[in-house]
Design a protein around this ligand. Structure first.
Ligand SMILES: [Zn+2]
Length: 289
């Protein structure tokens, strides 16, 4: 893994958010790889006890993709241009919203003797999504823990469904293309925990906007979305100030002294962060990088 280039020694903030993720429809997050003869064709991810869980990386991937789409919808210049998208957009420089690996290599060459300057330039040129969720050359500020199943919503029963692979050329069901897949039933719930370390006020606004999309049920998880799988709703513990809280630079002393944290129960406080982000985007700036 390449060395991360940004120095986070200056404290901005720490945000911790917990909640419960409810499955509105069945969920299918595949375990990948082949199973044994007694397993279904396509098993879901399970813990060592055989219970389902949602890998933090799966949640984060969906969260990130949704933020990217949201930002691109607001303005094409806010689109990400990390490694895999660079090719689609015609290579480095085709979109000004973010860096490609080629851009990063060039910046490294130009700032060979000045790592601090390099870190700043990379940060300034990276898109909002990469600044919050990371890129190969930028540490992520946002972490989602693996999400265990809520015990009293789990009855030890997976769904087995018939899947039918559609031949993409003829749009017909091909012979021998039927398969079974496993899914976690609707009604199952998972514990959620996200920590965002050292985000600026503006970046916190973006992080909180992303969470609101999950609260409103606009983000799907896992596979089979076209078949209606993976609809989820996040219920955040906003009211529980011991679980969900924010510490900013201004409040750091009080936090260290008495563990005093800012409650996010009041939506007006959250709104002030959304607004800071939307205002910054509207004026095209990244002033608090
Ligand atoms: Zn990006």
């Amino acid at each position: 893994m390449e060395q991360k280039l940004v120095d986070f020694s200056a404290f901005h903030s720490r945000l911790r958010v917990t909640g419960t993720l409810h499955l509105e429809t069945a969920l299918r997050i595949g375990a990948g790889g082949g199973g044994g003869a007694t397993e279904q064709d396509l098993p879901v991810v399970k813990d060592l006890a055989g219970k389902p869980y949602i890998p933090g990386s799966s949640f984060k991937g969906a969260y990130r993709a949704h933020l990217e789409a949201l930002l691109r919808g607001m303005d094409e210049k806010l689109a990400c241009l990390s490694t895999d998208t660079a090719a689609r957009f015609g290579g480095p420089g085709a979109v000004s919203g973010c860096l490609s690996q080629g851009d990063v290599d060039k910046l490294k060459e130009e700032n060979r003797d000045n790592p601090a300057e390099l870190g700043q330039r990379i940060l300034k040129a990276s898109c909002w999504t990469c600044r919050l969720c990371g890129a190969p050359w930028l540490a992520s500020k946002l972490m989602v823990r693996d999400m265990p199943v809520v015990a009293d919503t789990w009855f030890d029963r997976y769904l087995i469904r018939d899947g039918v692979a559609i031949d993409r050329d003829t749009e017909t069901v091909g012979a021998g293309l039927k398969f079974d897949y496993e899914a976690v039933p609707a009604g199952t719930a998972f514990r959620f925990e996200m920590v965002v370390d050292n985000a600026t006020g503006v970046e916190l606004g973006l992080a909180l906007l992303g969470l609101r999309e999950f609260e409103d049920g606009f983000v799907t998880l896992g596979g089979g979305r076209s078949r209606g799988l993976g609809e989820v709703k996040l219920e955040v513990d906003w009211e529980n100030g011991k679980e969900t809280w924010l510490v900013t630079r201004d409040g750091l002393r009080a936090y260290l002294l008495d563990r005093t944290m800012t409650s996010l129960a009041d939506e007006e406080i959250r709104r002030s962060y959304w607004k800071a982000f939307l205002d910054e985007v509207a004026k095209g700036g990244k002033s608090d990088a």
